[in-house]
Design a protein around this ligand. Structure first.
Ligand code: S6P
Ligand code: ZN
Length: 193
């Protein structure tokens, strides 16, 4: 018989934006994200200069991959833009019907969601706001502020991640700066199917 699971404590550093303990850390730089931005030429230009800025990083606490558990974590998206488009995460769908929540601790941003029919929904994030991602909705987060965007998340451990749909089709909408303010506009590169 397997060992009974034991309760544990995880501490979130509200200011620094790190959770302790964490079991996995991932850093995502521009070189890994270049095709996700609408202005790929601008991304290439930055990379050709020998720069590869850190766009976001996340820390995950994975207690167990077994169904019935929760994965917890914290994501930090740095401030910046590629062309007019704000720094953002890749975005993904969960493989299984699994919800997720994003609880904003610091900064300003948007949680962009899209279902399989291409319907879009946006939740604005500021400290204290919680964005609920229902099962079946792809999700991406965008930092529209001047400082770091930091949010805490939790989702079922057996959710699984599908990055291919977003990588190949993109989101129907993107978030760009227009007249010094964030604006959600149609993505010229979006492929519905
Ligand atoms: C996982 C959860 C977050 C994201 C992270 C980075 O279900 O939504 O941990 O992994 O915010 O985004 P992405 O799209 O690169 O996984
Ligand atoms: Zn997710």
């Amino acid at each position: 018989m397997s060992q009974p699971q034991r309760p544990e404590k995880v501490v979130v550093d509200f200011r620094g934006g790190v959770i302790k303990p964490y079991t996995r850390k991932k850093e995502v730089r521009l070189s890994e994200l270049r095709e996700y931005f609408s202005n790929v030429e601008e991304a290439e230009k930055i990379l050709l200069k020998g720069k590869d800025p850190l766009i976001y990083e996340y820390y995950e606490y994975i207690y167990s991959e077994a169904a019935g558990n929760l994965n917890l974590g914290l994501t930090i998206i740095y401030p910046g833009k590629i062309g007019k488009e704000y720094y953002m995460t890749k975005g993904h769908f969960h493989e299984r019907d699994a919800a997720e929540f994003y609880f904003c601790l610091k900064g300003r941003g948007m949680l962009l969601m899209q279902n399989k029919d291409g319907e879009v929904s946006v939740v604005e994030l500021e400290p204290g706001s919680l964005g609920y991602v229902p099962p079946g909705w792809g999700h991406r987060t965008i930092n529209t502020g001047r400082g770091k965007l930091v949010f805490f998340f939790a989702y079922p451990s057996d959710a699984g991640h599908n990055y291919t749909i977003i990588k190949e089709r993109g989101f129907a909408m993107i978030v760009v700066e227009e007249a010094k303010a964030p604006k959600v506009v149609p993505n010229p590169k979006y492929h519905k199917t």
